[in-house]
Design a protein. Structure first.
Length: 160
């Protein structure tokens, strides 16, 4: 079993969702928790789009996700942010969507949602297998249904 964080760090931040005991990159923001939220949302969206584009231009979905995951692992290691690696890998799962069903806007929203969900479920599903795939599934399905709802509402408005 691989442990992402020390037990002391998990106990110290119990109750504070999204706090990061390790120093992040050299960004300076008055609210560090807001900085982390934005970083996770952007990382999820960027990795989903990058995986989707790699897949669109000739790579298989699995190879594209692996490449993005390796890049995420390197970034997480260099920035000393372990959870950033997981957010990027979760976003790459979102980007594995079928080319016939997916689009860039869908990947942006789905990836951003996956980063947001990951941030708010760090303490809930800790040490459970399949957590990242489940988060990617939930964010992809929520985004698809949101897009379908928007399209249907535009159809309804245009018919009336």
């Amino acid at each position: 079993m691989v442990e992402c964080d020390g037990l002391e760090n998990r106990r110290a931040r119990k109750g504070s969702v999204g706090s990061n005991p390790t120093p992040s990159a050299s960004f300076s923001h008055p609210n560090p928790q807001m900085q982390q939220v934005l970083l996770y949302i952007l990382a999820g969206a960027g990795s989903a789009v990058f995986t989707f584009l790699l897949q669109k231009y000739g790579g298989s979905a699995v190879v594209a996700s692996c490449l993005v995951g390796l890049i995420g692992a390197a970034l997480g290691y260099m920035l000393n942010m372990q959870h950033l690696t997981f957010v990027i890998f979760t976003g790459s799962f979102v980007g594995m969507t079928s080319l016939t069903a997916g689009s860039i806007p869908l990947m942006l929203v789905g990836g951003a949602l996956s980063g947001f969900i990951y941030l708010h479920t760090q303490q809930v599903y800790f040490d459970y297998g399949g957590r990242l795939g489940f988060i990617a599934f939930i964010s992809t399905m929520a985004t698809v249904y949101l897009f379908l709802l928007v399209v249907k509402s535009f159809d309804y408005v245009s018919k009336s």
